[in-house]
Design a protein around this ligand. Structure first.
Ligand code: SF4
Length: 279
């Protein structure tokens, strides 16, 4: 039996659009160009990681500004003016977020890659931040934190239903051997923190769901390897699933279904008016 290697992103790509999954993970097509909202999100994530690598006594607003500026890339922005405007916004946002954190906060880890194995598949992922559960230090529990830089404040349903957060919690408890059922989204633009406490049953359900996705992927890849490649089998095994993200899809240029569904977006269109639409 083919062993399936999954990440929460890979699983979501499969669910969102099997055709995009094919281009990304089976054919591994190179992607040209980049999106401004990714440049923005990456700079914020990197600055927040590096902040905790600096001695606590040196963590000042000036340092926060420097970390964002040093992490910044203009890739995908319309021009230098737009890039500078968004960089200033990122500096303001990161500084305000860090200013609100307890001054003695020392995460257990930042951008930590972990994995867990099940029968026939493995799930791996990179966790933005892991904090000690300070509500109950005797429990030795950890809290999973994921940063969000998009425009919309996530809802409690977003946190509760996030398979990525649930998978991270399972990775932590299995790989690090510490209890972990609490997960949180930190929305950097607003400073809002939305948390959810899983139960062993809700985590088990998410693992089971991941297993079902792994089975579907295995079946698709095995079938693809064993049949003659023509348009009909391609449509059957990796069907295009047009949706709201087609205009932002890296493979829009080679996907007739996506082109029929949505116009191609410009590399800076994901930024929106007040903030980016994705992280
Ligand atoms: S353009 Fe749309 S339908 Fe085509 S691969 Fe991308 S997401 Fe799927």
């Amino acid at each position: 039996m083919r062993f399936v290697k999954l990440s929460p992103t890979k699983a979501n790509t499969w669910l969102d659009c099997p055709r995009r999954f094919y281009f990304t993970y089976v054919d591994r097509r190179r992607v040209a160009g980049s999106w401004a909202h990714f440049s923005y999100g990456n700079a914020v994530h990197r600055a927040l990681r590096e902040w905790f690598e600096i001695d606590a006594r040196d963590r000042t607003p000036a340092l926060a500004e420097k970390l964002v500026i040093d992490s910044w890339s203009s890739d995908g922005f319309r021009d230098d003016d737009q890039s500078r405007q968004w960089r200033d916004h990122a500096v303001e946002m990161v500084t305000a977020y860090l200013d609100d954190l307890p001054s003695n906060l020392e995460p257990v880890a930042t951008e930590r890659t972990l994995a867990f194995k099940e029968d026939g598949f493995v799930v791996e992922g990179r966790i933005d931040r892991l904090d000690d559960d300070l509500h109950d230090p005797s429990s030795n529990a950890l809290i999973v934190i994921d940063y969000k830089t998009g425009k919309l404040v996530p809802s409690e349903d977003d946190v509760r239903g996030s398979s990525a957060l649930a998978m991270y919690a399972v990775m932590v408890s299995r790989a690090l051997g510490r209890p972990c059922t609490e997960v949180a989204l930190h929305h950097i633009p607003s400073g809002e923190v939305i948390t959810w406490k899983h139960t062993p049953e809700s985590l088990a359900r998410q693992v089971e769901r991941m297993g079902a996705i792994a089975t579907d992927i295995r079946r698709a890849e095995d079938t693809w390897e064993s049949v003659e490649h023509d348009e009909e089998t391609f449509d059957e095994i990796f069907p295009p699933k047009p949706g709201p993200l087609c205009g932002f899809c890296n493979f829009w240029d080679v996907c007739a279904a996506g082109q029929a569904h949505a116009a191609r977006k410009m590399p800076w269109d994901g930024l929106g008016e007040l903030g980016p639409d994705s992280d």
